[in-house]
Design a binder for this molecule. Structure first.
Ligand code: ADP
Length: 628
């Protein structure tokens, strides 16, 4: 039994191909995690890194509490099952299963017990004397599972174990592997390109594409709340329909307008997480709706379509069509107009007929046309709040509060402006009050819908807040964007500063031994770092690491101002950003402008800044990668 932690894992192959990027996940003991995605997305590479069959380029891999990056595969206490079974053809099933244990010099009696127990679980007791060639694919895969089972590992890794089996056997083996996982109470990590396997077996699924994790979630959350268009299209069969549309809000409803000119409306409440800038009718967005979430009618409700094919499967009927009411306008390539609908309980739909389709308003999805990211994030990324400038004060959310100096400086007297306020920038306080309309649990956080005229302000609140309460709050001014005439004139203060620098080593004799010391160099400032970080950077970039430029990311709250005679980075103060409740000095250090958090009395011109190596993240500038 074991939990695993993958922290910022990267894999760059020797030919320079970056197969896995910034893969992070905490896997709890006894989870059944599935990595799924199209061929070549980096699933097997990640699994092989966990197994120790492939080196980890950057990042940390923990099994239990142990960092195992450099541990031999045989010492990791994991067992791997491959697609190809990898059985020894000249050995019997018994010998195949006993082989690994014999190598470990386990007493023969214990081997026998373990093999018999595993054979019983897998229902292959009667084949123990056979050779693999005299067995079917399904039986061979059971032997491969048995060989993993006898080792009683902490973690099972399975790489497409069912893809050589026919559909019926695959489905039976899926059930068996799920049952095996339940009875073994061990952590399973399973790789497949088959979304049905992923959905039916995983407690959580990692969807990957081109080396990047797209979403990590439970099967139902992936289905109901896909983070982007790729996940939406990958999970579910037949695939989700996608259309280019515009959205326009009219009070309580939002009109979805299709390229054909047809319109359908959905209640605003169902799509209230969509940012207002997408609801003005002038921006193309991608509308997604699953075939099973569309109903059809012949009375003219919804969008018209002409039926091009009907598949009657008995329990359900799949209707294929093209939006619009005549075909000659379209070509086969015109994918944006293709529609697939799954209907049950109706048998009156014919090819070439024009019918109408209505999406279920509870099940609509919308994606940004360029980034393809959902417009209905579980926690909306930003609330846009419209404000008036009243001299030293600003009016927003039915209140007037002091205008922070930092805002006043960039507004230059503009009468109207807006604030982009992320939910986490809304904090408990006394400045504002709004009624809590609804509270939603999102990944262990409480998302409150605060009533603000005819829309909502989204905030993260603690467990004490109830629906119907008046919520009293303030805004963490430094965490918001200021928008004037549609342009961002002041960006939220980031949590980190990034400074360019170099990396170096020195070799010294200590008690007769040659010992290496490694340093981050930012301008004239050198910071010694732990030897393991030095070895990491050296192992990734080779001896050229002493010639490259690195980006050093430093948590702003960990930047200290130190006295003249302490080691540090010289910096010149050239102004202030005063947010009222928090104040920053604008400084220039190592040729880079940055902000440091200071108190109200701070008025120095020249300072020295210091930070500890443990608070610094090191990023390659050569290849987009966090090294340590
Ligand atoms: P998946 O398991 O998702 O099909 P892999 O992890 O096997 O994908 O491969 C991810 C990417 O890395 C692919 O583009 C593949 O061609 C590449 N790749 C795999 N192994 C190597 C290797 N030994 N050397 C170079 N590139 C590799």
């Amino acid at each position: 039994m074991a939990n695993l932690k993958l922290s910022h894992i990267y894999k760059v192959y020797d030919n320079g191909h970056k197969a896995v990027n910034d893969f992070s996940i905490d896997i709890a003991d006894q989870e059944f995690i599935v990595f799924v995605g199209p061929s070549g997305c980096g699933k097997s590479t990640t699994l092989r890194m966990i197994a120790g069959l492939e080196t980890i380029t950057a990042g940390d891999l923990f099994i239990g509490d142990t960092l195992v990056n450099d541990m031999e595969p045989k010492d990791r206490d994991i067992a791997m099952v491959f697609q190809s079974y990898a059985l020894y053809p000249h050995m019997t099933v018994y010998e195949n299963m006993a082989f690994g244990l014999r190598n470990r010099k386990m007493p023969e009696e214990e081997i026998k017990q373990r093999v018999l127990k595993a054979a019983k679980m897998l229902d292959i007791e009667e084949y123990l004397d056979r050779q693999p060639k005299a067995m079917s694919g399904g039986q061979r895969q059971r032997v491969a599972l048995g060989r993993a089972l006898v080792r009683d590992p902490k973690v099972f890794l399975l790489d497409e174990p069912l893809s050589n089996l026919d559909a019926k056997l695959r489905s039976a083996m899926r059930t068996e592997i799920t049952a095996l996982h339940k009875s073994l109470k061990t952590t399973f990590i399973y790789v497949t390109h088959d979304q049905v396997e992923a959905m039916t077996m995983g407690t959580r699924i990692v969807v990957m594409k081109l080396g990047y994790v797209q979403q990590i979630d439970t099967p139902m959350n992936l289905y109901n709340e896909p983070y982007n268009k790729f996940v939406a299209g990958f999970i579910g069969s037949p695939q989700m329909n996608f259309f280019d549309v515009t959205l326009k809000r009219n009070g309580d409803t939002v009109t979805i307008k299709f390229a054909t000119g047809d319109e359908v409306t959905v209640p605003y409440e169902k799509v209230c997480k969509i940012h207002e800038e997408y609801l003005k009718g002038d921006k193309t967005v991608t509308f997604g709706i699953r075939p099973e979430h569309i109903s059809v009618n012949k009375e003219g409700r919804g969008m018209r379509l002409i039926v091009t094919n009907v598949e009657r499967l008995g329990n359900e009927t799949i209707v294929y069509g093209k939006l619009g009411d005549h075909l000659e306008e379209f070509t086969l390539k015109d994918e944006g107009k293709n529609i697939i609908i799954k209907v049950v309980d109706r048998d009156d739909i014919e090819v070439d007929e024009v019918i109408w389709a209505e999406p279920n308003p509870e099940k609509v999805h919308f994606f940004d046309a360029e980034t393809e990211i959902t417009l209905m994030n579980k926690i909306p990324t930003v609330n846009t709040v419209h404000c008036r400038n009243k001299g030293g004060k600003m009016a927003l959310l039915h209140k007037e509060v002091a205008m922070p100096e930092a805002f006043g400086d960039v507004l230059k007297g503009a009468d109207e402006f807006a604030l982009g306020i992320p939910p986490y920038a809304i904090v408990e306080g006394k400045d504002f009050e709004l009624k809590v309309s609804r509270i939603e649990k999102v990944d262990n956080q409480n998302l409150a819908y605060l009533e603000n005229d005819d829309s909502y302000l989204f905030a993260l609140v603690d467990d004490k807040v109830r629906e119907g309460d008046m919520y009293h709050f303030a805004i963490a001014n430094q965490k918001v964007n200021v928008i004037k005439d549609g342009a961002e004139v002041l960006k939220a203060v980031k949590a980190e500063e990034v400074l360019p620098g170099t990396f170096s080593k020195t070799e010294v004799k200590e008690n007769g031994d040659r010992v290496l010391h490694f340093f981050y160099n930012i301008g004239e400032y050198t910071i010694e770092t732990a030897p393991e970080n030095g070895y990491k950077i050296n192992s990734i970039d080779g001896n050229n690491c002493y010639k490259y430029t690195y980006n050093y990311a430093i948590d702003r709250e960990k930047i200290r101002v130190v006295s003249e005679n302490e080691p540090g980075l010289p910096a010149v103060v050239n102004g202030y950003l005063n947010y009222g409740n928090i104040r920053f000095a604008k400084v220039e250090a190592a040729g880079v402008p940055m902000l440091i958090h200071v108190d109200d009395k701070f008025d120095k011109k020249n300072v020295r800044l210091a930070f500890d190596s443990k608070d610094i993240g090191v990023y390659s500038t050569r290849i987009d990668m966090k090294l340590c």
